[in-house]
Design a protein around this ligand. Sequence first.
Ligand code: SF4
Length: 326
Amino acid sequence: MLIQEDHDLLQLEGVNTSFFLDSSVLRAVDNVSFEIRKGEIFGLVGESGSGKTMTALSIMRLVPPPGRIVDGKIIFEGRDLALLPVKEMEGVRGGRIGMIFQEPMSSLNPVFRVGDQIGEILSAHTNLTNKEIRDKSLQLLKQVGFDEPNQRYVQYPHQLSGGQRQRILIAIAIACNPSLVIADEPTTALDVATEGQILSLLRELVTGYRMSMLFITHNLHIIKGLGTRVGIMYAGRMLEQNRVADFFKEPLHPYSVGLLDSVVRLKGDEKRLKAIPGAVPRLSELPQGCKFHPRCSKVMAICRGDEPPMFAVGDDQWVRCYLYRN
Ligand code: SF4
């Protein structure tokens, strides 16, 4: 039985999300379990197609057809989101869970003033009067770093820079004081300087407002400066869960080691980055056994048989690899 501990805000247990195609069923999220604790930033890292965004969409119950959650529990504030009636789920989405996506331009409506777009979420999820909604929207604009909220309120998305638009999305995401914010690659479309500002803002908001955050990225460097714990996804599976500090000191899974080697310059004279050989497999062509075995330099006979389970290595450290069998 799933027991949600006091310090857990969100707990996924054995979540499976599949896409039902004419000739096959693809498991985009395969038996994924992890928890997000109160006040922490959990980084979900993986390459494109690893299942990290689909995991977030499963939590939000926004998996597009022909996909659907087929199994597992998503316990959030004591309720299983996987079973929640549609109406109640609408209250959770945007209310208790805020969302920030990668491309702010496509998430904002180009024909409405940004202040009104913040007000819209408040009007959908609260009983505030029109005046209170406007006041709260101005306050949110200030909270996300705009010095002249009155001027910003009346602007349209195209009048703002990419970083400013992302701040508006953050204001919308936190408008109803959510306990969890899901940020999916929120800085990918931004330049490095703006990325730094947005990450600082997110960090301040999590600390200042005691929110938790699921931060999805393909960029390990971001998690190093931001996250508390990290989960590494590959082919729809969680391969490793670790504390951020331990992960960067000593990653456990051979795939994690490869990921770090491919982004960190090697010590000494050698400046070449090591790429992981091979490519991420398609979900329709997954190998038997460990899904990473065709690319793994440590592969053993057992790896080609049954898929390894998650092995507990230490406190808060889990890895899906036979090298860690007891
Ligand atoms: S289970 Fe085997 S193939 Fe898979 S990562 Fe571990 S050592 Fe490599």
